[in-house]
Design a protein around this ligand. Structure first.
Ligand code: FPP
Length: 244
């Protein structure tokens, strides 16, 4: 059976526990101001801090942010290296402050192949914040949903081939445990900024029952109020999980 928020909070149907965000529109934000694209990313990093604080205040348990997709390597090398450096600096300065505010940090995706210096930073901040009990902040880096689903399927196929697995023993719960976010509550709300209405290979399995919220606001402009409007919209949705 698929895990749903209702399993965790049976009489609190509208409580949002986990929000995931596709942070889009940094480039357009910069273009509108005749600035280079990297300025949009810099401003986007400020929005990250703002929204993490807003999320912590709102009392949700987890926030997952799509910071770099497995497809983002197709961007010019100069933009990719700017993003890597920005991530490093943001972890070092901003996230270190956040973990002093009891935020727990984790990373999902194939981040182990990123520049060595960034990988070391990721390992350190993950370890340093592991015992924090506040908001669980998950950053998706070099993440692709199709890639992780395929890897999980191959792993099961290998076990089956070796005779270590029966077909009847494969179920949704065990499959989900092989994917990102296995240790977080189910995603209740997925937000995408900038007016694009697509999922871009983000959490395809994990958002099976999430409510989707699209806004025209560009990510660098996304405010605490915008975040709270999305949460308010969520609370008005009727979630039926396929039932009546
Ligand atoms: C999408 O905007 C944004 C990204 C690919 C990068 C997201 C990165 C940040 C928000 C900054 C750093 C993040 C962290 C976690 C510190 P786009 O460049 O695709 O915008 P466009 O569609 O308008 O060109």
């Amino acid at each position: 059976m698929l895990k749903t928020s209702d399993d965790n909070k049976s009489n609190d149907q509208h409580k949002c526990q986990h929000v995931a965000i596709i942070m889009d529109g940094n480039g357009r934000w910069a273009k509108k101001r005749h600035l280079p694209r990297f300025m949009g990313h810099k401003e986007g990093a400020k929005a990250v801090k703002r929204i993490v604080i807003a999320a912590q205040k709102s009392g949700i348990a987890a926030l997952t942010l799509y910071a770099f997709s497995a497809e983002n390597w197709r961007r010019p090398a100069s933009e990719v290296s700017f993003l890597m450096e920005l991530l490093y600096k943001t972890i070092e300065r901003e996230f270190t402050e956040l973990i002093n505010e009891n935020v727990r940090l984790s990373f999902i995706g194939n981040w182990q192949v990123l520049p060595e210096k960034l990988v070391a930073k990721i390992i350190k901040i993950t370890t340093d914040s592991a015992a924090n009990s506040g908001l669980h902040l998950l950053i998706a880096l070099n993440y692709g949903a199709q890639q992780e689903i395929l890897a999980a399927a191959k792993d099961l196929a290998r076990k089956y081939q070796q005779g270590d697995l029966n077909l009847e023993d494969i179920n949704e719960d065990d499959f989900a445990k092989k994917l990102a976010l296995a240790d977080a509550p189910p995603v209740d709300l997925l937000i995408r900024t900038s007016g694009e209405i697509r999922l871009s290979n983000f959490l395809l399995w994990q958002i099976a029952y999430a409510e989707l919220y699209f806004t025209d606001v560009l990510w660098p402009d996304f405010s605490e109020d915008d975040f709270n409007v999305a949460l308010a919209q969520f609370s008005l949705r009727k979630r039926r999980y396929g039932g009546l």
